[in-house]
Design a protein around this ligand. Structure first.
Ligand code: IMP
Ligand code: MG
Length: 185
């Protein structure tokens, strides 16, 4: 039987590199959220951020609460329209005293994260920051700079470690570039 790994042309971020990124960012979070009176809530953006969230929350040592949201940007294919749709909001009803840290798989146009940051600030969060595994700054449509970034990647469509193509490849333990024939099928 064919393995999903056979569709990968090139590994862009290996398991070892992901591990080093998680350790580094967890250290940065520990440093920044260790102050008296902080209330860190890490928010996993479903579904792409599941593996990164799972690894990161195990590596931080400061007290942390977790929550989830499901957000998509309206649009056709790979182009964002500039609006977002929240299909699952936070389970925690009140975030007034909370230091929200959004955990994202990749920042592309920046539309999702810039809207989401404003939304969570509007809901009254004490602070809103973002940690992303990957960043594609060359694709920005709106200005957005993540507070914590694992790796800057070129303008290529990537899959694995949560990232999908038509809901496939999320379970790969690394991030890779798909073979062109997979799109052409
Ligand atoms: P944006 O920054 O609002 O354009 O949207 C970011 C979202 O687009 C991410 O959370 C992913 O779900 C998706 N995305 C962007 N680039 C890629 C990619 O290369 N592979 C898989 N999903 C991607
Ligand atoms: Mg996503």
């Amino acid at each position: 039987m064919k393995a999903i790994r056979d569709d990968i042309k090139e590994v862009l971020v290996s398991e070892e590199e992901i591990d080093a990124i998680v350790t580094r960012i967890a250290g940065e979070i520990d440093r920044d959220y260790s102050g008296e009176g902080r209330k860190l809530v890490m928010v996993c953006i479903l579904k792409g951020s599941l593996p990164f969230m799972g690894d990161l929350m195990k590596r931080v040592t400061v007290p942390v609460e977790i929550d989830c949201m499901k957000v998509s940007s309206y649009g056709k294919g790979t182009e964002s329209s500039g609006q977002i749709h929240i299909s699952l909001d936070l389970i925690r009803p009140d975030i007034a005293e909370c230091d929200i840290l959004i955990i994202e798989d990749i920042v592309d146009s920046g539309v999702t994260l810039s809207h989401l940051t404003k939304y969570l600030e509007f809901k009254g969060a004490r602070s809103v920051k973002c940690a992303t595994l990957l960043d594609k700054p060359s694709r920005r449509k709106v200005e957005f700079v993540p507070d914590y970034c694992g790796k800057v990647v070129p303008d290529e469509f990537v899959v694995g470690y949560g990232l999908d193509y038509n809901e496939m490849y999320r379970a790969l333990p690394y991030v890779g570039v798909l073979k062109p024939e997979v799109y052409e099928k």
